[in-house]
Design a protein around this ligand. Structure first.
Ligand code: ZN
Length: 300
C-alpha cells in the first residue's frame, strides 16, 4: 500500500467520530450525515478547549445542522495567528503563493497533514490521476521545451499550475507540437483549494467540483450571511472536522460560488458540487489564480 493510503490515528480519543469519518474510504459519499455532525461537534469542542478565540465564537451550543456551524472568515487567518495545538506540534507552515495582495498562512499538525494526504490520495485514485511510479510531473508555466522533449516518448506527463498559465502552456503545445490545427490529447482536470481550508476539490469528468465525503459546503448570502439554496450565489463556506491545528474546521472563503445538486452535473457522482464565480472584494483580496490571469493579459 502506498504510504498516503495507510491508516492514521486522531491525536485524541475525544475525536472518535472524526476518526470514523476520515476512515470512510469512498471519496464522494454524503450518506453519513449524523456522523459528520458528530465529528463537527467533536471538532468544535476540541478547538473551544484549546483556543480562546473559538470558545468565544461558538458559545458551546451543539450544532444540529451544518447551517448552524459557526465559521471563521478566511481573511481572519491572514491577519491573525491562531493555533489549537502547541507550536512544537506544527509540522507544516503553509503559505499562499503570494502572487500579489495579502499573503495567507496556516499551520498544520501531523494528524491534519496525514489525514489530508489520505484524502488527496483517495480522490486522485478515484479520478484515475495516480500513477506515481510512471508519470512525469511538471509544475511550471513556461516549460514548453520540457513538454516537447516528453512528447516523443516515455510515460505520461502531468502538468500542474494555475488555470491561466496552464491554458497559455496548452495553447503553445498545441501550436508547436501538433501544429496550429492539430489536437493534442489533453486531459484537463481543474481543482480548487486554499491555504485556509486544506481539503482538495478536484473536477469530475464534467469538470465540476464535487464535495468529498469528509467535507460539506454551503453558500451564504453576501449581505445577510444566511444560508442559500442550490443555484444562488454567495460566499462559499467550507467545513471539515479533521483540522485540529487551528480553528479552520469551518471557513467562510473570500470566493463567491454557487452550489448545485449532485444530479445537475450528470457524471453520476452522488455529492453536491460548486462553481467558483470569482473573488469578492478589493485588490488586496485577489487570489493568486486571478493575478496569474492578469499577468498573462496581452501575452497570448
Ligand atoms: Zn460531476
Amino acid at each position: 500500500m502506498a504510504p498516503e493510503f495507510e491508516p492514521v490515528r486522531v491525536p485524541d480519543p475525544s475525536l472518535r467520530a472524526v476518526q470514523e469519518l476520515c476512515d470512510v474510504a469512498a471519496p464522494y459519499d454524503h450518506g453519513h450525515t449524523g456522523l459528520f455532525l458528530e465529528a463537527m461537534n467533536e471538532s468544535n469542542r476540541w478547538h473551544a478547549r484549546r483556543s480562546e478565540f473559538f470558545r468565544r465564537l461558538w458559545y458551546g451550543k451543539p450544532v444540529g445542522d451544518i447551517t448552524e456551524q459557526p465559521f471563521v472568515h478566511a481573511h481572519f487567518f491572514k491577519m491573525h495567528e491562531v493555533l489549537s495545538v502547541p507550536r512544537n506540534e506544527i509540522v507544516v507552515h503553509a503559505t499562499s503563493s503570494g502572487t500579489t495582495g495579502q499573503k495567507s498562512q496556516m499551520f498544520w499538525d501531523a494528524w491534519t497533514v496525514r489525514a489530508n494526504q489520505r484524502m488527496v490520495a483517495r480522490i486522485c485514485a478515484h479520478h484515475g490521476l495516480i500513477d506515481a511510479e510512471h508519470a512525469r510531473h511538471l509544475v511550471d508555466f513556461g516549460g514548453i521545451r520540457a513538454l516537447q522533449r516528453f512528447t516523443h516518448n516515455g510515460p505520461p506527463v502531468r502538468i500542474s499550475g494555475f488555470p491561466a498559465f496552464l491554458s497559455f502552456t496548452v495553447d503553445r503545445v498545441r501550436a508547436k507540437v501538433t501544429g496550429p490545427s492539430g489536437s493534442a490529447d489533453v486531459r484537463i482536470r481543474g481543482s480548487y483549494g486554499s491555504v485556509e481550508h486544506s481539503v482538495p476539490y478536484v473536477g469530475c469528468a464534467h469538470h465540476n467540483l464535487h464535495v468529498p465525503t469528509w467535507s460539506r459546503a454551503l453558500v451564504r448570502d453576501v449581505r445577510t450571511l444566511e444560508p442559500l439554496p442550490y443555484g444562488k450565489s454567495g460566499y462559499l463556506q467550507l467545513m471539515s472536522p479533521h483540522i485540529t491545528s487551528a480553528p479552520a474546521q469551518s471557513v467562510l472563503m473570500d470566493d463567491l460560488a454557487v452550489l448545485h445538486a449532485p444530479e445537475e452535473c450528470g457524471c453520476g457522482t452522488a455529492t453536491p458540487w460548486f462553481e467558483v464565480l470569482g473573488r469578492a472584494g478589493v485588490f488586496r483580496n485577489r487570489s493568486c489564480a486571478i493575478s496569474a490571469a492578469e499577468l498573462l493579459k496581452g501575452r497570448a
